[in-house]
Design a protein around this ligand. Structure first.
Ligand code: FAD
Ligand code: NAI
Length: 466
């Protein structure tokens, strides 16, 4: 065999796993069908969306909060082309960084579509029409996911778009209709609402981000509403039609009536599907499950023991940091180590402003599982730091076991929650009680005091500043 490990796909799971394999002394190749490395996350996901979220948040603050800070601006304008160009440059720098890391770790980078010839052999079809065949002792499938859709909402990539097109629009939509108020809908809907688009969310469930703790969805709706958005919850889209310059979306209301919304763009953000097209899995003796995912065991092994799979193409949360942990896990498993991933403690973040961040059980889950629990909450508006910066929206909610006081879940919506959630993850990895955190000194004035105060609230209602 030419390689110890062949990684198919260079997203966060693929490139992290390849680097860990190389660090452990395994001769490694990485195959990527696109010209740049980094997968969905770096090219059309995490990084470009955060670049646009940051640019539009700067604009929104300049337009709406600077005056109160005593900063006067005249002739404020959005230069969308420049925003998109800056985003592209951030993506370019970031993906080039991955190429640098591949070279540094002596990983062979091969561009083209990888497919199985047999369980140890991969053929790579290159864009110039040539082919290369390589063999490996171990193969890792890290081919990620693509946007989902329904036949009633055909994507034309012009007016009816996915997140990928929403990251490169040439004009600010006048009316953006967002189907699905999950993570992508909330983030990209915010981007355009901040710079003047009318945004309407049509969501099947009864709230935004319905898989997170219900309090988060309710609070997020309040802040997104301030951007002028409309919400159609428990509504069902029956048809989406591109009529040239406009899109007409037909919707069934909860009362059984039919309404239509007309906009100039429609973002379909109803989830993503695992991507295995072109892999020729049958040649390796592999199958996908009823949801298109590659089945793996607790060691991330497929039914063929030397073939592993990770990230969005397998079960679990579709998150970059989950895929990264799995990349490291597989590399260490291959060399005989005994790694561990605590899936319950993988945090989830929505990068709206304020941000939403969450780890562990939701209140709905503890109720369903019959776990005795107590709740401590603390609002951002009671924090000196939040008032100083005018970021007073949001709260921290801590769920702790009623008898043992062990922290079961932490849910935050507020400024910098994305970074603050790391403290909750650390505390929970060490199985801290709410009282443990409430007795640790938190610098004043910081947003992290909200976590300490929520822990105080969870232990005998001892919050100080409320
Ligand atoms: P991917 O990143 O999808 O990479 C798979 C790679 O495999 C791709 O480059 C693909 O071209 C390649 N490939 C596929 N088939 C083949 C083949 N046959 N041969 C060769 N190459 C192949 N997650 C977060 O944690 N935080 C965020 O802020 C965040 N923001 C997001 C924003 C958006 C708009 C989107 C769409 C997603 C976001 N995600 C975010 C999710 C995140 O991007 C994914 O969870 C993550 O990229 C999954 O990593 P992966 O390694 O499994 O696969
Ligand atoms: P999602 O699963 O977060 O949200 C999809 C939403 O669409 C759900 O609320 C669902 O109820 C709704 N929906 C489904 N079918 C519908 C229909 N027919 N009509 C109306 N609503 C419908 O999926 P999303 O937002 O597309 O994101 C895909 C994945 O990408 C997520 O799993 C997420 O983990 C990942 N991602 C992560 C980000 C982050 O970590 N910050 C950012 C963006 C994406």
């Amino acid at each position: 065999m030419e390689y110890d490990v062949i990684m198919i796909g260079s997203g966060p799971g693929g490139y992290t796993g390849a680097i860990r394999c190389a660090q452990l002394g395994l001769k490694t190749a990485i195959i990527e069908k696109y010209p740049s490395l980094g997968g969905t996350c770096l090219n059309v996901g995490c990084i470009p969306s955060k670049a646009l979220l940051d640019s539009t948040e700067h604009y929104y603050n300049a337009a709406h909060t600077f005056a109160e800070h005593g900063i006067k601006l005249a002739d404020l304008q959005v230069d969308l082309a420049q925003m998109i160009a800056r985003k592209a440059s951030v993506v370019d720098q970031t993906t080039k960084g991955i190429t640098f890391l591949m070279k540094k770790n002596k990983i062979d980078e091969i561009h083209g579509v990888g497919s199985f010839v047999d369980p140890h052999t991969i053929k790579i079809a290159k864009s110039d029409g040539s082919e290369q065949t390589i063999s490996g002792k171990n193969i890792i499938i890290a081919t990620g996911s693509k946007p989902s859709s329904f036949p009633s909402m055909p994507i034309d990539k012009k007016r009816v778009i996915t997140s990928t097109e929403a990251l490169t629009l040439q004009e600010i939509p006048k009316h953006l209709i967002v189907i699905g108020a999950g993570v992508i809908g909330a983030e990209l809907g915010s981007v355009y609402a901040r710079i003047g688009s009318k945004v309407s969310f049509v969501e099947f469930a009864d709230s935004m981000i319905p898989t997170m703790d219900k309090t988060m969805g309710k609070e997020l709706q309040k802040v997104v509403k301030k951007l002028g958005a409309d919400f159609y919850f428990s509504h069902k889209v029956t048809k989406v039609e591109n009529k040239g310059d406009e899109v007409v979306v037909s919707i069934d209301t909860p009362k059984g009536e039919q309404i239509t919304l007309t906009g100039d763009y429609c973002l379909v953000s109803v989830g993503r599907r695992p991507y295995t097209d072109g892999l020729n899995l049958e040649a390796a003796g592999l199958k996908t499950d009823d949801r298109g995912r590659i089945e793996v065991d607790n060691h991330l092994r497929t039914s063929v023991p030397h073939i592993y799979a990770l990230g969005d193409v397998i079960r679990g949360a579709m998150l970059a940091h989950k895929a990264e942990e799995e990349g490291t896990f597989i590399a260490e498993t291959i060399v005989g180590q005994k790694p561990h991933i605590h899936y319950r403690l993988i945090p989830g973040v929505v990068y709206t402003w304020p941000e939403v961040a969450s780890v562990g059980y939701t209140e709905e889950e503890v109720k369903k599982e019959g776990i005795p629990y107590k709740v401590g909450s603390f609002p951002f508006k009671a924090l000196g730091r939040a008032r100083a910066s005018m970021d007073v929206d949001g709260l921290v909610k801590v769920l702790a076991h009623k008898e043992t006081d062990e922290i079961l879940g932490v849910h935050m919506i507020g400024a910098r929650a994305a970074d603050m959630i790391a403290e909750a993850v650390t505390a929970m990895e060490f199985r801290a009680s709410a009282e443990d955190v409430s007795r640790m000194s938190h610098a004043h004035p910081t947003y992290t005091e909200a976590f300490k105060e929520a822990c105080l609230a969870a232990t005998d209602n001892r919050a100080i500043n409320m």
